[in-house]
Design a protein around this ligand. Structure first.
Ligand code: SF4
Length: 458
């Protein structure tokens, strides 16, 4: 997929929480920078110095929203942060996070990712009771529920209100002195816990959507936050409460595309899994060819795996320009095709007169694949065999990922042969569901794969 299409398969947001670490705003900033791929529309950080909360949020990339002075003004050793991915028509700065609120127990700032599937129902109910909402964000629903609760502490209010929410979500909540971290009952979206030793020897903690954030700030990964777990960080200690209990079904698409290959997600290194997917693909779909090339960057690890398993040499036949900004966003066919050309440039000398296997992670609309096949043909490729390191995507996601509708998903509407003809390749094959399972291969495969099989858990 290579994130080249306007509105392809887009992760919605990254979250980070920092507790008892000196210069917490800096740690949150670098963590958000490491997780920029999970959202580029807006960024925000809120901090606490145990007396009051500070907040800065705005539209733009992490490096555009923050500078040294802003980070200096975000005082304290506790922080939460957010990178926002905007769904179509909802990109106003009013929807940037953290969301800040004053209520009867004091101040809170909240960040959240994912999708609360019953948010509309709860919101309608709250509006009937007189509540006023200022944004489109599900986070506001939680604020109203917390404010309405009669429980005496925020911990008890969260224990009471969070189990009312359904769907895929991670929340990180900052009060003046505490931080609360919550992962939904099915653990759809990843959330990991790490620690840092401060200069004075005390322990500090960090929670982030991906462990690549830990690497950048020198934190050690301890474990993942469990399904249905609430962690309460208070007085330099962590308390764990299981507030909802159901079987976990983490999102398998994190392994296919969303997560950075250098992150450990659901306990496994993403790079290793993508390589295994390529190896499985080679076992299932052998073909005679001269070279294996990836669609960069998302197809690289799988192409290495395919090459290793098949013995066919790996080449970087297409080079990606990383510096194309978010300029071409109009969803017209013409512009989409130009965008592919701007981002991917083939090396003619490698392609000419060769039988080529091209590895990509997925096909959404087919537009990108069609363009890639065309530019390779224009370079004189003899044969082009398109191989996809995941099963055909046939259903949209309702768990916090912005996806095209079913009618826009090419594999939901055409057979493999028809898709192959549409993109103009000599052959097209996908990894099977069984192959996907084998690639993850922990003997206990239990993931959400609804976008591949249409079986929704919630
Ligand atoms: S439907 Fe697909 S993208 Fe959505 S959570 Fe399930 S596996 Fe992930």
């Amino acid at each position: 997929m290579s994130d080249l299409n306007y509105k392809s398969w887009n992760e919605e947001c990254a979250v980070v929480g920092v507790y008892n670490i000196q210069d917490a705003s800096n740690i949150a900033y670098y963590s958000l920078f490491a997780m920029q791929h999970r959202g580029q529309e807006a960024s925000g950080i809120s901090t606490s110095d145990n007396k009051k909360l500070f907040i800065t949020k705005n539209k733009g990339l992490v490096t555009e929203v923050f500078n040294k002075e802003i980070l200096c003004n975000l005082k304290g050793n506790n922080a939460i942060g957010h990178n926002r991915y905007a769904t179509a028509g909802e990109d106003s700065s009013a929807d940037a996070q953290p969301v800040f609120a004053n209520y009867d127990l004091g101040q809170v700032a909240i960040v959240h990712n994912g999708n609360i599937t019953n948010a509309k129902e709860i919101k309608d109910e709250l509006i009937k009771e007189g509540a006023i909402f200022q944004s489109h964000m599900d986070t506001e629903v939680l604020i109203h529920l917390i404010a309405k609760s009669k429980q005496q502490t925020l911990t008890d209010r969260l224990k009471e209100t969070i189990p009312k929410l359904k769907g895929a979500f991670c929340f990180i909540i900052l009060s003046r002195t505490k931080m609360f971290v919550i992962r939904d009952r099915n653990a759809f979206r990843p959330l990991s816990l790490g620690e840092i030793t401060n200069k004075d020897g005390t322990k500090g903690y960090i929670v982030a959507s991906e462990t690549c954030a830990f690497d950048l700030v020198g934190a050690t990964h301890i474990r993942d936050v469990e399904a249905g777990e609430m962690l309460v960080f208070d007085k330099q200690k962590i308390q764990s409460h299981i507030i909802m209990q159901e079987d976990p079904y983490p999102c398998v698409f994190e392994y296919v595309y969303f997560a950075r290959p250098d992150s450990k997600v659901f306990g496994r290194l993403v790079y290793d899994i993508r390589k295994s997917m390529g190896m499985e693909l080679a076992k299932e779909n052998p073909v005679d060819a001269d070279i294996v090339i990836p669609v960069p960057d998302s197809g690289v690890a799988a192409a290495l795996g395919y090459s290793k398993q098949s013995g066919i040499p790996f080449e970087l036949g297409i080079i990606r320009n990383h510096y194309v900004g978010r300029t071409f966003i109009e969803p017209t066919q013409e512009i989409r095709e130009l965008k592919v050309r701007l981002k991917l440039n083939p090396i003619k000398e490698i392609i000419k007169d060769k039988k080529i296997i091209v590895i990509d992670d997925s096909i959404v609309r087919g537009t990108t694949s069609k363009q890639i096949v065309k530019i390779l043909r224009d370079c004189g490729a003899k044969e082009i065999h398109m191989k996809i390191s995941s099963p055909p995507t046939i259903s949209p996601c309702y768990y916090g990922v912005d996806t095209p509708t079913k009618s826009e998903l090419i594999s939901a509407n055409m057979s493999n042969d028809e898709v192959c003809k549409y993109i103009g390749a000599n052959s097209l094959s996908f990894l099977s569901l069984e192959g996907l399972k084998n690639s993850i291969g922990d003997g206990n495969y239990k993931f959400c794969q609804a976008c591949f099989d249409g079986k929704y858990i919630v």
